[in-house]
Design a binder for this molecule. Sequence first.
Ligand SMILES: Nc1ncnc2c1ncn2[C@@H]1O[C@H](COP(=O)(O)OP(=O)(O)OP(=O)(O)O)[C@@H](O)[C@H]1O
Length: 318
Amino acid sequence: MYIFIVNPVAGNGRAKRIFHQIKQSTLFQQIESSIYFTQYDGHAEEMTKELVLGHHLIEAFIVIGGDGTLHEVVNGLSDMRVPIAFIRGGSGNDFARGIHQNEKPLKLFESIIIQGEKSPYWVGKYTVDKRVKRCFVNSMGFGFDAEVTKYANESKLKRALNFFHLGKLSYVFALIKTLFVFQFFNVEVIVDGQKKVFKKCLMVTIANHPYYGGGMKIIPHAKLNQQTVSVLVIHSISKLKILALFLTVFWGGHMRFPEVETMRASNVVIRVEKERLYQVDGETNVFQTCTISKEHRAVSICGPKKENFQQKTEVNHA
Ligand SMILES: Nc1ncnc2c1ncn2[C@@H]1O[C@H](COP(=O)(O)OP(=O)(O)OP(=O)(O)O)[C@@H](O)[C@H]1O
């Protein structure tokens, strides 16, 4: 049995259109499936939690939506390692970029069902203020990028621009708006037990793969692997230079800026003096202390095996 979780609003209706295309295929008629449409924020996670109780009957969850929907399904799975197939239908689609998924939806669906190949993907796990324990699929951001995300998510402009498939522009407006009001902060980052204090910090980003914010190559050398997350800190930078930095981030040019530091770690603690915003897979909340590490048990991702995907997952342990 294949369980379809479809977010009808993801990608401004793109996920819904993809599902209807798949539904009309001959292959879809031949498989046993159940279809669930998400109705509200958090619904995909709730449904996954319930459905996974019957895990012995489930071949795979087929998620059609954006990274937010995938984040919810992964968290709903908890320790049950039922395979997940992801068919990108969102607006950002950073996870698909991260695993080098570039097939057209129908081809991908056929490959998921017919070839049945699977690859391991190691999500990150995080604890916020000893309260929230969850997983992240793509990345977490503390500081500036979280504020930009919050502005963009709450803006009416984003919905309007999404309608014209220009949703990314809303992030540009949010970035400029945030630049005016943003206050740099002091942060303590403990990387594998070694404490570093950054004054006048702009942001700290933790990533499982290079992409975030709909295609920005935020940590270009981040590799899929079981042991470590990649960490990026931007600090002591002028507001004017931030604009230049975000112009170059699409091809990784920001790595040449002396204000950008990167490292790899198996355990990271981020601590700030006063509550601040963080974003996880594009959704925001507040934190004071956050502990991050890798989930050592892999989530099994259905779809064609990729040379890059495999190579990076197997070789890289740094
Ligand atoms: N029926 C619904 N109505 C309104 N919101 C929904 C519904 N179903 C899910 N949601 C919410 O929609 C939001 C966006 O989903 P998702 O992240 O999958 O798509 P996206 O934002 O278009 O893509 P991406 O994250 O890749 O940019 C999520 O926060 C989710 O909880």
